[in-house]
Design a protein around this ligand. Structure first.
Ligand code: NAD
Length: 468
């Protein structure tokens, strides 16, 4: 039986990063992953195969299509007869996924991580370590890291299949649906809703909660919603889904909104109502691996499960279901196994939503800061007062900095606007070093750049913005 120091179960952002870090630290490492694309093993998990990477590829392509049709004329460029070749757009997306997934295989080879294909199942303890079944064989490992990720949550009255799509199905439609329904105005709902709206679908989003993006700063959420509605996304809040019927030709949804029952027909329906932990095939019950009441693997602060030498990281342990949170946990758990001081700062995990305009934040909202007993000062600055944004012809949105009134330490930064997925990095860095709004305001920012909006928002904390 092959024996490893570390066996990682799951080859997504948590698992593959853990495996590479383990190998870097001199541990003999294998990673077992079951994901298949087009009948072939494909490393990278949900993020790389059917999540972050393909959705961003489609967001990028569809944004270019939108730009050619509606925005280039403002720049004095007239383009006649732009047409969509969806098959080529999907092929490009698939090529991006192939390249990135191949990149993980390359990194495994480079770092001498053994890649095993199949479901990994904990079988029994053996000499302080574990025997894990992979397909028809067994391997032994001193430490096992569970990084099996999550699956889309199904609506019991609308199981996935046919015209009812999960994230993977929504990224592989071979025709633009004339009428697309989306259940859930969360991250996937607005990102994939945006993609298909830009490509020509009439998109209706049905959300159970009364408000939009409740985790975001309310002013950011308001501005984002306004812009998405302006683009034609039709949002309905406080909706209760009553029935969903796949008629073969489409999907009939009956929902209640403000005590009114509404029946609507869609060609396709995306259900994006969150994700559930994936422990399928892991043998959790057989070996007594403790799960919490929602099915997440229960861990302590050092990612230890209730079983000796079995750890868990990423979506399967709960918390923010974000690839970068999972990656950091992957690094931290391995460093802890190796006797180092692995650690993740959950207070400063950036969130990014890749709509147009983009939405990004890190740290506390103003309301959260107040709830936690902080007196706060707030600075805000609009992209409309920024020269680079004007040059781009995209001046939507703003940056907001929330600082502690007494210490000036930055507690949160909230953004909606062009390229804020990249701008949030600076805010994260300053917050990670416990920086103040004055620190951020005194940093020299290149001119003309969008990043000047971040500096001006920081200046705004002391009411001394220069350009507004
Ligand atoms: P989500 O939690 O972001 O949003 C789900 C939405 O569905 C919520 O607004 C919820 O109120 C609503 N909802 C739940 N049940 C409903 C019902 N019965 N009827 C109507 N609405 C209902 O989940 P998601 O969009 O499915 O995304 C899943 C996970 O993937 C999230 O945790 C997200 O963070 C992650 N993700 C992240 C990114 C990114 O970082 N850019 C992109 C995609 C997905």
């Amino acid at each position: 039986m092959d024996t490893y120091d570390v066996l990682v179960i799951g080859g997504g952002p948590a698992g593959y990063v853990a495996a590479i870090r383990a190998a870097q630290l001199g541990l003999k490492t294998a990673c077992v992953d079951a994901f298949e694309r087009n009948g072939k093993a494909s490393l990278g998990g949900t993020c790389l195969n059917v999540g972050c990477i393909p959705s961003k590829a489609m967001l990028d392509s569809s944004e270019r299509f939108e730009m050619v049709q509606h925005e280039l004329s403002d720049h004095g460029i007239d383009v006649a007869g732009a047409t969509l070749n969806l098959a080529r757009m999907l092929a490009r997306k698939d090529a991006v996924v192939d390249k990135m997934s191949g990149g993980v295989s390359f990194l495994f080879k480079k770092n001498k991580v053994t890649s095993l294909h199949g479901l990994g199942r904990l079988v029994r303890q053996d000499q302080g370590g574990w025997v894990v079944a992979v397909g028809g064989t067994e391997v032994a490992a001193k430490h096992v890291i569970i990084a099996t990720g999550s699956n889309p949550r199904e609506l019991p009255i609308a199981p996935f299949g046919g015209n009812v799509l999960d994230n993977a199905g929504a990224l592989a439609l071979t025709e633009v649906p004339a009428r697309l329904g989306v259940i859930g105005a969360g991250v996937i709902g607005v990102e994939l809703g945006s993609v298909w709206r830009r490509l020509g679908a009439q998109v209706t989003v049905l959300e159970a909660l009364p408000g939009f993006l409740s985790a975001a700063d309310p002013a950011v959420a308001r501005e984002a919603l306004k812009q998405l509605q302006k683009q034609g996304l039709d949002f309905h809040f406080s909706v209760r889904i009553e029935t969903v019927e796949d008629t073969g030709a489409g999907v009939r949804v009956v929902y209640t909104e403000k005590d009114q029952q509404v029946t609507v027909e869609f060609d396709k329906l995306i259900v994006a109502i969150g994700r559930v932990p994936n422990t399928r095939g892991l043998g959790a019950e057989d070996v007594g691996l403790e799960l919490d009441e929602r099915g997440f693997v229960r861990t302590d602060a050092h990612y230890r499960t209730n079983l000796p030498n079995v750890y868990a990281v990423g979506d399967v342990i709960g918390g923010a279901m974000l690839a970068h949170k999972a990656e950091e946990e992957g690094v931290a758990v391995v460093e802890l196994i190796a006797g180092q001081a692995g650690h993740v700062n959950y207070d400063v995990v950036p969130w990014v939503i890749y709509t147009s305009p983009e939405i990004a934040w890190a740290g506390m909202t103003e309301a959260q800061a107040k709830e936690r007993g902080h007196d706060v000062k707030v600075g805000q600055f609009p992209f409309s007062a920024n020269g680079r944004a004007a040059g781009h012809n995209d001046t939507r949105g703003f940056v907001k900095v929330v600082a502690d009134a007494a210490s000036d330490r930055i507690l949160g930064v909230h953004m909606v606007g062009p390229n804020v997925s990249e701008l949030i990095g600076e805010a994260v860095a300053v917050m990670e070093f416990a920086g103040s709004s004055e620190d951020l305001a005194r940093i020299v920012h290149a001119h003309p750049t969008l990043s000047e909006v971040v500096k001006e928002a920081a200046l705004g904390v002391e009411k001394r913005t220069i350009h507004a």
